[in-house]
Design a protein around this ligand. Structure first.
Ligand code: NAD
Length: 428
């Protein structure tokens, strides 16, 4: 039987596995398997050459039992509704694991931003909000940046939403520029949170991060900062990084700040002086201590997991490891820091941004970093303690904590009970 790489099927399989382990109520389990709501939109955009192109977009709200939905918006040519559904579900588990007062949502537009001008991107961003504004808002659903979206896109989206409701609403999106209600510390938050948990995972394994060799697939927002902070905070050696165009390797270690300057100048890490080329497949199998998949989902599969040599896999990307690969890595004793935990720093600082927007207060760097570390450490130790106590892998443990919190919120809100109460009336 060939392994499914459909992210939503994977997300459902992960939940099914945990539901069986936790003996979750079958009604709750069925409800959690599907998004509560999804909106499919067609976005007409006038291109710079005067023609109109219609782009497909989605917003999926998986669960809001614990608070408003929260999750990024991706602009990607190979975006699919099933990827967005999976990512929305993963946001439900991530916000629950970090104990943030949010549920899970996600959005996407099928487009190739690398082929679009800034003004075309602005019109696309505004067209998206024009279609989804009724179902989002600071108390409903709060989007954020993700692959190929950025603070400028968030700023256009916040502006468009504010025009619709008639007053400025900075809390409708997070990841905004500082001048319109963004938070300090948001830009590198996902990587910084990941570095905190990699440091803790290294302690668990008796590894000295200052002696660690690190490879990173995907030198984008998360991967780029992960490289620089791993070097600057932990003192690790970054031996390989990659992007969509290919990768670079140096046994002596790369200077991630110089690689960043090279990428900013040339648009890619490839061609960095003094480094050897390496493929995106080979980077996953390098003999390193820490491997960060920080690009796309389903890159570590049943086909290559047996060749992964890293001691720690830090899942900066969402869903980079398939269930079959998970089993193989667990049996090999690889310490997987699951995506729910590893990349939760972004949504955690997004929560701080939203808190600042709705209270009107401003936090400084020190407060953001201190609170981020506190939240990441609490979630890490809860995950590891659950894995030990229940003799399960870290992903299952993270799910046990997260699903337990969401299920409890649904139970006390009486969601299943109210459906049962409605049934007799429905017969009339
Ligand atoms: P980004 O667009 O800044 O960077 C993505 C990187 O991946 C780029 O270097 C790109 O060239 C590379 N890439 C794209 N397609 C690739 C391919 N086929 N093979 C190899 N490399 C490829 O995006 P990002 O914000 O850094 O997000 C990366 C991952 O982290 C995604 O899975 C995203 O969902 C996840 N994530 C991001 C955040 C955040 O705060 N940005 C938070 C949580 C999770």
């Amino acid at each position: 039987m060939t392994e499914t790489l459909n992210p939503f099927a994977i997300a459902q399989a992960q939940l099914d596995h945990v539901a069986a382990h936790m003996k979750l109520d079958p009604g709750l389990h069925s409800l959690l398997r599907e998004p509560r709501r999804e909106l499919h939109v067609s976005l007409p955009v006038r291109m710079d050459d005067g023609t109109v192109r219609v782009f497909k977009g989605f917003r999926v709200q998986h669960n809001d039992a614990r608070g408003p939905c929260k999750g990024g918006i991706r602009f990607h040519p190979s975006e699919t509704i099933d990827a967005v559904r999976a990512l929305a579900a993963w946001m439900t588990w991530k916000t629950a694991l970090l104990d943030l007062p949010f549920g899970g949502g996600k959005g996407g537009v099928i487009c190739d931003p690398s082929l679009m001008s800034p003004s075309e991107l602005e019109r696309l961003s505004r067209a998206y909000i024009n279609e989804v504004w009724r179902i989002i808002g600071p108390e409903r659903d709060i989007p954020a940046p993700d692959i190929f979206t950025n603070p400028q896109v968030m700023s256009w989206m916040m502006d468009e939403y504010s025009k619709h409701v008639g007053y400025p609403v900075p809390g409708v999106v997070t990841g905004k520029p500082l001048s319109v209600g963004g938070s300090v510390g948001r830009e590198d938050a996902t990587a910084r949170g990941g570095v905190v948990v990699v440091r803790e995972a290294s302690r668990q394994l008796g590894l000295d991060p200052a002696q660690s060799r690190v490879a990173i697939q995907g030198f984008g927002n998360v991967g780029g900062f992960a490289a620089m902070l791993s070097k600057d905070i932990l003192g690790s050696d970054i031996v390989a990084v990659s992007d969509v165009y290919g990768g670079i390797y140096s046994a002596q270690g790369l200077d991630p700040h110089a690689v960043m300057r090279h990428r900013q100048k040339t648009g890619s890490v490839t061609g960095f002086p003094g480094a050897e080329p390496i493929t995106n497949e080979a980077i996953l199998e390098l003999d390193v201590d820490v491997l960060w998949p920080a690009a796309l989902e389903s890159v570590i599969t049943g086909a290559n997991a047996g060749r992964v040599k890293a001691k720690i896999v830090a899942e900066a990307a969402n869903g980079p490891t398939t269930p079959e690969a998970d089993r193989i890595l667990f049996e090999k004793g690889v310490f997987v820091v699951p995506d729910l935990l590893c990349n939760a720093g972004g949504v955690t600082v997004s929560h701080f941004e939203w808190v600042q927007n709705v209270t009107g207060l401003k936090w400084d760097d020190a407060q953001v970093h201190r609170e981020l570390e506190r939240k990441m450490l609490a979630a890490f130790h809860e995950t590891v303690a659950t894995a030990r106590a229940q003799k399960v892998d870290n992903r299952t443990a993270a799910y046990v904590v997260a699903v337990g919190r969401v299920a409890e919120a649904m139970r006390v809100r009486g969601w299943l009970q109210s459906y049962m109460c409605l049934a007799p009336e429905a017969k009339e």
